[in-house]
Design a protein around this ligand. Structure first.
Ligand code: HEM
Length: 233
């Protein structure tokens, strides 16, 4: 029952939400897509959280995608044991980077003035990304060699989902930590159109076109007034 929920119901529900709600929100009011910046409230922890998180997770996700798109090529690369060790070590290091980043982002949200402007959806996003990092790193350490078994279990199951013929037999025997990781991944997809996650649909292109906004204070006095106003609201 739980397996059907995680490996069939949740994925299709998440894909439907992402596919239908995202364009609806895009056309209804694109201006409310971007959350207001907290960079002017706290910058240091944002930097030390956001940069490791993004570098870690973007590369790890590219690895997930390569395994999904080219399973035979990855399988033959991993048949060389030294290659398997090297790639697993790199993935683990990147997973740890993402983990450290997400913990710093969570601490930042929980402390100081940033907490006052944090919404439920911010917490949900942060807890979901933390879940991905914790369960991913846990598998990297305790469920060896994930890169390899991913190809024989998760990849055929994902293809079966895409062909509308879900075969949960490929993944139902995998440990609970894997199920939490997959549930987290599809929950991220499900909440995508309702939260700040939606920015990743834009970022890769817009980031190259326009540099990110940088807020500067005109004077110390203005900074103080703005902080007081934020505290009051
Ligand atoms: C259905 C989707 C997904 C599947 C089947 C999956 C599967 C896996 C597996 C099997 C591992 C262990 C790899 C290893 O031992 O080397 C792993 C690691 C990891 N995953 Fe995922 N994953 C999925 C989605 C995601 C998403 C959406 C994120 C982030 C937003 C994510 C982040 C990570 C991280 C940070 C690691 C740790 C890196 C490592 O130690 O290898 N995963 N994933």
């Amino acid at each position: 029952m739980l397996d059907t929920l995680i490996f069939v119901v949740l994925p299709y529900a998440a894909i439907a939400l992402a596919l239908f709600v995202t364009p609806y929100r895009y056309f209804k009011n694109r201006l409310d897509w971007s959350a207001f910046s907290t960079q002017f409230l706290e910058r240091r922890k944002l930097y030390w959280g956001s940069i490791p998180w993004h570098y870690g997770v973007v590369i790890v996700l590219a690895g997930h995608l390569i395994g999904f798109l080219f399973p035979s090529a990855v399988q033959s690369a991993l048949s060389n044991f030294s290659m398997l060790i090297v790639l697993e070590s790199i993935a683990l290091a990147l997973g740890l980077l993402a983990l450290v980043g997400s913990v710093i982002l969570l601490i930042r949200r929980a402390s100081g003035i940033v907490r006052a402007v944090t919404s439920y959806s911010d917490w949900i996003v942060l807890l979901l990304v933390l879940n991905q990092a914790i369960t991913g790193v846990y598998m990297g350490v305790f469920a060896r060699w994930g890169m390899e078994w991913y190809l024989y279990t998760a990849v055929p199951w994902l293809y079966s989902l895409l062909t509308l013929n879900p075969q949960i037999g490929y993944v139902s025997e995998l440990p609970l930590v894997f199920k939490l990781h997959v549930a987290g991944a599809f929950l991220i997809l499900a909440v995508l159109p309702f939260t700040k996650f939606v920015h990743f649909l834009f970022l890769p292109l817009d980031f190259l076109k326009d540099p990110p906004l940088l807020y500067r204070w005109a004077s110390r006095k203005e900074k103080k007034v703005a902080i007081e106003e934020t505290k009051r609201s």
